[in-house]
Design a protein around this ligand. Sequence first.
Ligand code: PLP
Length: 381
Amino acid sequence: GKPSVHPETLVARAGGAVDEQFGSVVPPIFPSAPYRRDATGRYLGGHSYSRDQNPTFDPAERLLTELEGGADALLFASGMAAASAVLEALSPGAHVVVPSAMYWTIRRFLEELGAAGRLDVSFIPTGDLDALGGALRPNRTELVWVESPANPRGEITDLCAAAEMAHAAGARICADGTLATPVLTRPLELGCDLVLHSATKQLNGHADVVAGALVAAERDAFWGRVRHERGMRGGILGPFEAWLLLRGMRTLYLRVRASARGAMDIAEALVRHPAVVGVDYPGLPDHPGHAIAARQMTGGFGPVVSFRLGSPERARALASSLRLFHDASSLGGVESLVEHRAVVEGEGSPVPDDLLRLSIGIEEPADLIEDLIRALDGLSP
Ligand code: PLP
């Protein structure tokens, strides 16, 4: 059922997780791999062995289930492990429809699975519903993958419409909600079947954990296969990381809203600077996905702002002259980062070679803007 308090309250209290034995307000970590049976041979708390399920996962999975309005959640060793579990749960050779601009490692992995014949992959322009309609094969397509906003250029997909189209064709739809988090978008409420998170990003929020999560709308047979995949492949999250993740999630609403506010201010400041060739941020009125984003997202447009500088040399020069942005991969932490994306994504990337991606943390936006303007002013004309 629906939680009786606001989600802000729910996360601040870690979903109500406390230790029943000592009353500790912070829930404990359970490092044990094995769990004892009682005299009748039953497991005391239902846990048997930590490759299948660890009690430290339970409160984080319950909290994610509630935040997304789902039926169940699973933690994984990384966002990629979560994505792999979904793809492995498909039948051999299954037809999947995926966006051409999306988080690059998942895209690359899909390309590899397609080339190996493991999956039959149709790439479509991100967010293009006509292309989705053309690519779907009724009663043959097993999965539609969407990511909104997409990393790094913030392309928006109408999740309601995409879910309706997927379901009409008999396909399941999985939304990568990493950039939005349940604070800004709840894909299951918009009709998606699964939502994926790189919990490494804003869910944990402090850049000190690699983790992934999936939340399901239903505990159906497919979800049973996903759970089975996690146990069989065994690439699970460690209990210490699961504990840190729950600790980080307590401030989720504060961080996500602060980052989104800062990102909006920074996007607007970048638009005004003559050295900037273009800014990609779904909060900007001229972003192609803005109208849908404004409807589908609540309370902001996420922490990622990308912008172009006209040449890869200028992008490189700017990245290395910023003082308050670490030049590093990843996003969604409390400290702001900058990255020259095309260099990371390599050959075949749809990302322009003059694009810098910013991940906005929770610093004072005025300081970040000052740093950016100083660096932009310093670029040679
Ligand atoms: N999805 C998105 C949108 C991402 O940005 C990332 C990582 O950057 C992932 C998935 C993969 O997550 P992880 O790095 O935790 O494996």
